[in-house]
Design a protein around this ligand. Structure first.
Ligand code: NAP
Ligand code: GDD
Length: 348
């Protein structure tokens, strides 16, 4: 029988790729969306079919992670086999401005979902979108045994959720997994995260719509991978025999400065002309360096990321050039075609 999945955060970067992936695996996919005054469903419009049509397999339900009753209703009515909990106030810098809201959505939102699953009495597998940000000040490389030393309200909220998932696994025998994912990007990345901010700015600079790019800390180092590859492993974790927690990342690290260098030189621009520092983008406490040690996932899940840092940069620059009506340089498009010939859902 067709499996049913429920995705919170389906309108986000990962949620949209995961929805496509699960549809390609034959799932009936349900997503929770927030009511917004403007459309927030751009990333999933291309897979949406009128729900009245017989071939519709993607269904959207209004709800908010602050509203336990609605969450419970959706879970009770749909009876999903798997819940992928990706919804969150996911921006680290913003979490310093709205720490209480971040706690309510990113931390307590998880408890609302877990309680709804527990009370439903159904056998529902649960994926928690945990984050490398939880490692914070713990020096790299970071793996499943590295202590959490959070450096932001976002990280503290994610640690709360991590432990709630572990507690519901141990206390109520719920098949709950934490995917501790390092930074992963794509052309669908939110526009205020640093990689996308840079690649969009390149297209705007070439189009003469932007003169400068203002950034914060250029020395921070991140382990950046390609989002479509990461969402497949969310699913893989839930197909394992036993529930477990996994670090997913490339094992390579680069600074924000290196991302700027690589992307500006790919686009043939002189970064010195355009990059300016704005201290408003500094964080009260920063995570200096993240580097995954994904050995457990390599051994147990056969994790093997295909897209390297330089390739990710090219994929993102090409996509933003195309979105701005410019002719892409083309190497990024070639990488997608070559590395994912049978995975149409990886292309944007
Ligand atoms: P994203 O693009 O920011 O998407 C966040 C999603 O959460 C959006 O669909 C958003 O809906 C939804 N959301 C926010 N507040 C909500 C609320 N109050 N009620 C219901 N839904 C709400 O994030 P992402 O990059 O896809 O990441 C997915 C998850 O993985 C997040 O939990 C993130 O913290 C975590 N994570 C991400 C990374 C990464 O590098 N991308 C790494 C580790 C962990 P709207 O469209 O309505 O805003
Ligand atoms: N956003 C942003 N904007 N970041 C900047 C800027 C800027 O103008 N200038 C420098 N940075 C630096 C930040 O200080 C940080 O060290 C680094 O770039 C990456 O910032 P983000 O792209 O905002 O991502 P993040 O690492 O803080 O958080 C992302 O990854 C986490 C996993 O480690 C988010 O996706 C989180 O949701 C995710 O959990």
């Amino acid at each position: 029988m067709e499996k049913k999945a429920l995705i919170t955060g389906i309108t986000g970067q990962d949620g949209s790729y995961l929805a496509e992936f699960l549809l390609s695996k034959g799932y009936e996919v349900h997503g929770i969306i927030r009511r917004a005054s403007t459309f927030n469903t751009t990333r999933i419009e291309h897979i949406y079919v009128d729900p009245h049509k017989s071939d519709a397999r993607l269904f959207l339900h209004y709800g908010d992670l602050s509203d336990s009753e609605q969450i419970s209703n959706v879970i009770y009515n749909i009876r999903p086999d798997e819940v992928y909990h990706l919804g969150a106030q996911s921006h680290v810098r913003v979490s310093f401005d709205v720490p209480e809201y971040t706690g309510n959505i990113t931390a307590l939102g998880t408890t609302r979902i877990l309680e709804a699953i527990r009370r439903s009495g159904n056998n529902i597998k649960f994926y928690q979108a945990s984050s490398s940000e939880m490692f914070g000040a713990s020096p790299p490389p970071q793996n499943e045994s590295t202590p959490f030393r959070p450096r932001s309200p976002y990280a503290a909220a994610k640690i709360y959720s991590y432990w709630m998932a572990v507690n519901y696994r141990e206390g109520y025998d719920i098949f709950a997994c934490n995917g501790i994912l390092f930074n992963h990007e794509s052309p669908r990345r939110g526009e205020t995260f640093v990689t996308r901010k840079i690649t969009r700015a390149i297209a705007s600079i070439i189009s003469k719509k932007q003169d400068n790019l203002y950034l914060g800390n250029l020395d921070a180092r991140r382990d950046w991978g390609y989002s479509p590859e990461y969402v497949m492993f969310m699913w893989k974790m839930l197909q394992n025999k036993m529930p477990d927690d996994f670090v997913i990342g490339t094992g390579e690290t680069h600074s924000v400065r290196e991302f700027v260098d690589e992307s500006f030189s790919y686009a043939g621009l002189d970064q010195d002309e355009f990059i300016k520092i704005d201290p408003r983008y500094y964080r009260p406490t920063e995570v200096e360096a993240l580097v995954a040690d994904p050995d457990k996932a390599i051994k147990k899940l056969k994790w093997k990321p295909k897209v390297k840092f330089e390739e990710l940069v090219k994929i993102m620059v090409d996509a933003d050039m195309r979105a701005a009506g410019l002719e892409p340089i083309g190497e990024g498009d070639e990488i997608i075609k070559k590395k994912f010939p049978d995975r149409w859902w990886c292309a944007d």
